[in-house]
Structures are given as structure tokens and as C-alpha cells.
Design a protein around this ligand. Structure first.
Ligand code: ZN
Ligand code: ZN
Length: 342
């Protein structure tokens, strides 16, 4: 099969690989239909996040079951499935406490990072990490499930006040999914984005989703929304801004990935304004089925602006970069596996 692997100098190479096989009793072989390009993938290629050279990258995948091990009962060939790429052992102390996203047995178990992922024609996973796509839900909608699971974990960590106000910083794909999910759960949402393209897309998408309760604003000082009880930084380097945007007694969630970001925090302000800063990681086991169910009712496929076949991976990543001062031109990009695209 064909696969995109990580080279030693942090590029992707299209290579011929042996098709993975069903070896264990609960293994399932999936023909990959498509994979969403995640911010993490870009971070790996620009050196902001570590991954294992030689690994097949890609983790936000959907596809079709081709073959199952003898003990698999819930899935059969032909079933359409979503990959849950945050593998966990289920037995260690963290897993037993429900913190499966911090499983002690992570090494060699992160799909697309240190274990072969889905930028390929096929992938093999244990059946418990594959979820059936509900009837009537397209692959395009289902491929946004994994980011939605991350968002649900972060919204849980924020302890949302039902009907309260949430400010989301950043209207990239995760910021948009976050705004959609928070509004769907009953919050009023203000989304802040400085890039014109993304702000325009966000306005169009959100006003298309919801009749009221969402506002999209720029990042200028005169556009600042009122302070909100919950602020979520989906960019990863906006914690200072997020603290300014939080109401007294509010909660700020650090959600975006940026390994280079640093922020000065004034402890007295945290104390006197009774602010809470929380981090939640990606998502825990139970968030995934919840995300599958919630995604079924949300037109998340509208976030997809570009799709490319495996061999055009360079174009897929190029379109995601904010090109030299002209800003962004893409939201969610998906890479279609060769057999599915053919
Ligand atoms: Zn991801
Ligand atoms: Zn574990």
C-alpha cells in the first residue's frame, strides 16, 4: 500500500509499505477513506512537536472495515468507522482513574506519532478504538469527530455554566468546532479571530448553524467583547489575552498547542480576581462516543475547504500555512487515501 511516512529531516515521503495485517484476535483492518490534517501534524513538520522518524503519520481518520480478527463481534467488513487515535491500556492507575488521555502506557501507542497512522491506504487497530459511523452521516462529517472529542473534554474542564457566555480565542478548525459545540450545549459564544479570511468563514458558518447566540469579532482593542465567565484559548499562545477577557471568578482553558509560547502571569491578579487556569489534554475515552453522537447532528463538514490525494501532501500542508502576510486561505484540509479517491 502507499503511505506518507515521516523522514529524519521532518518531511513527509510517499512510500510503498507492506499492508498491515490482522494479527491479534481483536484487530481490525480498515481501508482508509480520508484523514483530516491536524495542527499537530504541521507542528511535527515544523519541529514544534516530536514524532518517530519512519512512522506513517495521520490520525483523524475514517474508513471501511475490510477484515476482522476472530474475537471481533461488533464490527464486520463493509462497516464505516471512525478511528479513535488516543489509544490507552485500560489497566494502569491513570486509566483506572478515567484519565485515559494520560495513560502510563502511551509510548508506541500514539497513532500517527509513534505508531503507524492513517495517511495510508490501510490501518490496523484494536476494535475498541473504532466507532461505527451512524447511518446517514457522511465521511466528511465523521472526519471531524476527533477534534470534537478534544473540544468536549476542554469544555468539560471549563465547567460551563448552562446558558452562560463563552469567549473562544482563534477561529481555526478547532476554534470553530469549539464555538459550534459550546453554542450547541447552550452557551452564548463570542469568537475572536484576527485573520480576515478565517473571520469571514467563521461568520458565514456560525450564522448558518445557529439563528442567534454567536458573535464573531476581530482582535482589535475596540472590538473587545465584555468579559466572559469562560474563555478558551484555542491558539495556544493567547493565555494573557484570555486572562484579560475572563470575568472575575472566571475560568480560562489553555487548549491550543504551541510549544514555544510563554506568558507572564501575575499571581496577585489570579488571587484577587479568583481566576482559574485549566488544561485538559486531548480527550478521555468516554468523550469519543459522545462526540460521535453529537457530530451526527452538526454540519461539521462545512469546515472542510480543501481535499487532496495522498500524492499531493505537499499542497495539503502548503495551503494550511498563513502565506507570507496574506493570511490564511484554508480551514479544514483532508487527505484522501489513494484507493478511496480512485
Ligand atoms: Zn488531531
Ligand atoms: Zn493506561
Amino acid at each position: 500500500m502507499r503511505a506518507l511516512t515521516l523522514t529524519g529531516d521532518r518531511r513527509l515521503a510517499l512510500v510503498e509499505r507492506e499492508r498491515p495485517r490482522v494479527k491479534e484476535a481483536r484487530d481490525v483492518l480498515v481501508r482508509v477513506h480520508q484523514t483530516g490534517v491536524c495542527g499537530t501534524d504541521r507542528s511535527v513538520l515544523v519541529g514544534k512537536f516530536a514524532a518517530e522518524p519512519g512512522v506513517v503519520m495521520g490520525h483523524e481518520a475514517v474508513g471501511e472495515v475490510v477484515e476482522t480478527g476472530p474475537e471481533v463481534t461488533a464490527l464486520a467488513p463493509g462497516d464505516r468507522v471512525i478511528v479513535n487515535p488516543t489509544l490507552y491500556c485500560g489497566r494502569c492507575e491513570r486509566c483506572l482513574r478515567g484519565q485515559t488521555n494520560f495513560c502510563h502506557d502511551k509510548t508506541g501507542n500514539e497513532v500517527g506519532i509513534d505508531r503507524d497512522g492513517s495517511y495510508a491506504d490501510h490501518i490496523v487497530l484494536e476494535d475498541r478504538f473504532l466507532h461505527l459511523i451512524p447511518d446517514g452521516v457522511s465521511y466528511d462529517r465523521a472526519v471531524l469527530t476527533e477534534p470534537l472529542a478534544c473540544v468536549l473534554n476542554n469544555l468539560d474542564a471549563a465547567d460551563l455554566d448552562p446558558g452562560g457566555q463563552v469567549t473562544v480565542v482563534g477561529a481555526g478548525p478547532v476554534g470553530l468546532v469549539c464555538a459550534v459545540a459550546a453554542r450547541h450545549l447552550g452557551s452564548g459564544v463570542t469568537l475572536i479571530e484576527r485573520d480576515d479570511f478565517r473571520r469571514g468563514q467563521a461568520s458565514e458558518l456560525l450564522t448558518g448553524f445557529f439563528a442567534s447566540g454567536v458573535t464573531v469579532v476581530g482582535a482589535g482593542p475596540d472590538e473587545r467583547p465584555d468579559r466572559a465567565p469562560t474563555v478558551i484559548d484555542t491558539v495556544g499562545n493567547q493565555l494573557g489575552t484570555a486572562l484579560d477577557l475572563a470575568d472575575d471568578t472566571g475560568t480560562v482553558v489553555a487548549m491550543g498547542y504551541d510549544s514555544r509560547a510563554e506568558t507572564t502571569v501575575r499571581p496577585l491578579e489570579i488571587l484577587q480576581r479568583q481566576l482559574r487556569i485549566v488544561g485538559a489534554g486531548d480527550y478521555r475515552g468516554p468523550h469519543f462516543p459522545r462526540a460521535v453522537e453529537m457530530a451526527a447532528g452538526l454540519p461539521l463538514e462545512r469546515l472542510i475547504t480543501h481535499r487532496f490525494p495522498l500524492e499531493r501532501h505537499e499542497d495539503a500542508f502548503a495551503v494550511l500555512a498563513a502565506a507570507g502576510g496574506t493570511g490564511y486561505s484554508a480551514l479544514k484540509v483532508v487527505i484522501q487515501s489513494a484507493e478511496a479517491a480512485a
